[in-house]
Design a protein around this ligand. Structure first.
Ligand code: ADP
Ligand code: ADP
Length: 227
């Protein structure tokens, strides 16, 4: 459960002569599911990467529950991110892919084992724990990426076009898995997509970005009513 505020956030990449994010201001309530949509190059991934600590912000603040978040080191941020290409470790089994971040923590082997098996059961992966990513379908791989995020017990769950490599049928079922995960984790979820229908179907609020600024922010119905 966390409340997120972004205040006057700017991001300029090194060597760039323009800001990629310009004065982003945003309030996200506890447990909200936010989709970010907007044309390619408008700054959607950059905003996610700033949250994850994969990019430094240039100016402004990100606050979680009123506390400064942007100066917390990335590995302490309690954030999970799922990428478009899944970013699984190809030489590791499904089990070890899901367990990877937990193994870097101080948790006992037993606790890790329980968490991995629970996540796998929830995502229908129990029979595949010994396989390597290459022996899985695209949908199963995406579930492993979700499982790896799930076991981190994140406060903020970030997804960058996680469904774009799946076929239409799988997209619909994985969409449902993501919504269930969001509800069970009770996180703030920030979901980047280029698919407006997907954003409308999944989100509490939609953030429409254009050229590094927030063009609109509101519930799907509010946006839908706009001319
Ligand atoms: P989107 O996710 O909406 O497609 P991005 O956040 O990937 O947009 O990119 C926004 C802008 O920032 C683009 O103009 C892109 O070229 C630029 N950009 C992205 N990453 C870098 C980088 N590492 N260095 C310089 N410019 C970048
Ligand atoms: P950690 O074990 O703390 O997750 P990583 O090397 O896996 O360290 O990642 C460093 C940081 O990169 C993370 O803390 C997180 O903010 C970010 N990150 C983004 N996406 C992922 C992901 N899929 N898995 C792990 N970390 C991610």
């Amino acid at each position: 459960m966390s409340k997120v505020q972004i205040e006057h956030l700017y991001k300029r990449y090194e060597n760039a002569d323009e800001d990629t994010l310009k004065d982003i201001n945003l309030a996200i309530d506890n447990e909200e599911f936010i989709s970010i949509i907007g044309p390619s190059g408008c700054g959607k991934s950059t905003l996610l990467r700033c949250f994850a600590g994969l990019e430094k912000i240039t100016r402004g603040k990100i606050l979680i529950d009123g506390k400064r978040f942007d100066n917390i080191p990335p590995q302490k941020r309690r954030i999970a991110m799922v990428f478009q290409d899944y970013a699984l470790y190809p030489h590791m089994t499904v089990y070890n892919n899901i367990a990877f971040n937990l193994k870097l923590s101080k948790l006992s082997k037993e606790t890790i084992d329980t968490k991995v098996k629970e996540a796998a059961a929830r995502l229908g992966l129990s029979d595949f724990l010994k396989r390597k990513p290459a022996q899985l379908s695209g949908g199963q791989r995406q579930r492993v990426a979700l499982g790896r995020a799930l076991v981190r017990d994140p406060k903020i769950f970030l997804m960058d076009e996680p469904l774009s490599n799946l076929d239409a049928k799988l997209r619909v079922s994985t969409r449902q898995d993501i919504i269930v995960m969001h509800q069970q984790l009770k996180t703030v979820t920030i979901y980047v997509t280029h698919d407006q229908a997907e954003a409308m179907a999944m989100s509490d609020k939609i953030l429409l970005m254009r050229d590094g600024v927030v063009q609109q922010y509101g519930s799907p119905n509010q946006l839908y009513d706009q001319p």
